[in-house]
Write a protein that binds this ligand. Structure first.
Ligand SMILES: NC(=O)C1=CN([C@@H]2O[C@H](COP(=O)(O)OP(=O)(O)OC[C@H]3O[C@@H](n4cnc5c(N)ncnc54)[C@H](OP(=O)(O)O)[C@@H]3O)[C@@H](O)[C@H]2O)[C@@H](O)CC1
Ligand SMILES: [K+]
Length: 476
């Protein structure tokens, strides 16, 4: 499991730790780790660091200070380091260290064109809003050159807590995160600005409380998904009821039932229109058509606007996955529910609850709106999209690391709902079921895509291999 912490909590932990150490120790630790990573990059890119050219983009705060101290360390290893000071006020001790190590200050943007490495120390967790125009101009020039762009702590211009990008931002190749991960680095659109993310430890972890965001790895998913015991039978392994598909969309029934079958439920019952039921049986003969006892239910994929029969199903007490337009039935839920909207559906759900919000807002502040929806509905919310997030009503949140944009394909969400239903039926709570379903679905998507377009059928076919890797604790 990886954890990301809210900026306020990071600052409190930093203050508590700093109070026990000689002044400047934390910056020294951060810059030592960051410099080591930069030297490694330069060695990989050009065989060595000696004689390489680095340009520091230096803002007014400690983020700029970090960059200056890193620059000083690089200069001592023979890197030709120049600092572009983007503010009249810069970290004095950092600047003195750079100059003392043989680095220099420059006013020429031309230096960016010949640089091997550009270090973004414009702004870190103290940043507000997007890049200011002067900084944005410098960053565009840096990005146009061939240098590796390394962000100190966070890419400047992104919101470290929310993942929001409210204007121009740095697009880094690598982000060297000081101390611990920040949530914004894991959530789009900011995650898309961070490139690879590496944490440079400075000893904060023991002083931190609850994380703001979690990220599961294969071993976590493997631990959460129970293996069938020796005495298991199909009923004890969990029966999942699938109410999906319609005369207009029979395929949604087939794909959702497939997700439930491949997700390892002991048995799948299908309840829905006859034509769709026949299509399900033709593809999945193991599915039982008709009502009956289930441990969990999936309602909504491909059924369109829910009718009274659907409302009655939703009010039953079993754990439930609610998808598509049926997510708006959350108030009728008898037991606990996992809602699986995409941004448009979450917008409609919030609007129906009297919230003034547009789809663009939800896309821009995914974590914020998923949290709002979970708190308002009392259900767990799995918000699908470029970063899939799972948020429980108590505020816990997970970001899914395995997705691929090739998963944005017709029927992909139906498979996800089926998988989540199977995991609920296997006994997971909605938060774990949602996070594990997103994880397995994302990995299956990657396996079936291999970097090229995929489709829901191939995605389903890759689910067994994804689950085998989970069982083996691996991740591709
Ligand atoms: N926490 C930790 O554990 C550790 C933290 N460390 C480091 O400290 C960093 C935080 O430093 P920080 O607090 O000095 O804030 P920081 O991000 O440098 O910004 C400060 C100033 O930037 C300005 N500014 C604001 N918005 C802007 C914008 N959009 N575009 C341009 N400028 C903008 C604004 O000043 P203004 O120009 O308005 O006067 C603001 O006051 C952190 O990210 C990490 O690198 C490590 O060294 C040690 C361990
Ligand atoms: K930065």
């Amino acid at each position: 499991m990886r954890y990301a912490y809210a900026v306020d909590d990071v600052r409190s932990a930093e203050a508590a730790l700093a109070a026990t150490l000689p002044p400047g120790t934390l910056m020294e630790r951060a810059s030592a780790g960051m410099a080591a990573a930069c030297l490694r990059l330069l060695r990989d890119a050009r065989g060595g660091a000696y004689g390489a050219r680095a340009v520091l983009l230096v803002g007014s705060g400690d983020n700029g200070g970090d960059a200056l101290f890193v620059g000083a360390r690089l200069a001592r290893r023979g890197v030709r380091v120049a600092a572009l000071l983007l503010s009249e006020r810069v970290h004095e001790a950092g600047l003195a260290a750079l100059l003392g190590a043989g680095g220099r200050v420059t006013g020429s943007l031309d230096e960016l064109d010949a640089a091997d490495l550009v270090l973004d120390g414009i702004v870190g967790i103290g940043g507000r809003g997007g890049l200011r125009p002067e900084a944005a101009r410098v960053v565009r020039r840096a990005e146009a050159g061939g240098a590796l762009l390394v962000a100190v702590d966070v890419p400047s211009g992104v919101d470290a807590d929310t993942g929001e990008v409210a204007g121009d931002a740095v697009h880094a190749d690598l982000t060297l995160c000081a101390g611990v991960l920040k949530p914004g680095l894991l959530v789009d659109p900011a995650a898309g600005c961070a490139g690879l993310v590496e944490v440079v430890g400075i000893g904060l972890e023991p002083l931190l409380g609850a994380p703001a965001l979690e990220v599961l790895d294969a071993a976590d998913v493997g631990e959460l998904l129970p293996e069938p015991g020796r005495e298991s039978d199909k009923y004890r392994r969990g029966v999942v009821g699938v109410s999906a598909g319609s005369d207009a969309y029979p395929g949604a029934a087939v794909l959702c039932a497939g997700g439930a079958v491949r997700g390892g439920a002991g048995m799948v019952r299908y309840l829905g229109p006859e034509h769709a039921g026949q299509a399900v049986l033709a593809r999945w003969p193991e599915v039982v058509v008709g009502d009956g006892r289930v441990q969990a239910r999936v309602v909504g994929p491909g059924i369109g606007e829910p009718d009274d029969g659907v409302r009655e199903l939703v009010s039953r007490p079993e754990p439930l996955v609610l998808d598509a337009a049926s997510t708006r039935l959350h108030a009728l839920v008898g037991g606990s529910a996992l809602l699986t909207p995409h941004a448009g559906e979450l917008t409609a759900l919030l609007q129906a609850d009297g919230v003034e919000v547009r789809r663009e807002d939800v896309e821009a502040r995914r974590l914020h709106w998923a949290r709002q929806a979970a708190a308002r509905t009392g259900s767990t919310v799995l918000l699908k999209g470029s970063t899939t997030l799972v948020v429980s009503p108590d505020g816990r949140a997970r970001a899914n690391p395995t997705g691929t944009s090739w998963l944005a394909t017709a029927g992909s969400g139906d498979v996800l709902a089926g998988l989540a239903g199977a995991f609920l039926a296997r006994g997971l709570d909605p938060f774990d079921a949602g996070a594990c379903a997103a994880w397995v679905h994302g990995l299956a998507g990657r396996l079936s895509s291999g970097g090229a377009p995929t489709d829901a059928g191939r995605l389903l076919d890759a689910v067994p291999e994804a689950l085998r890797r989970v069982a083996a604790g691996q991740r591709s």
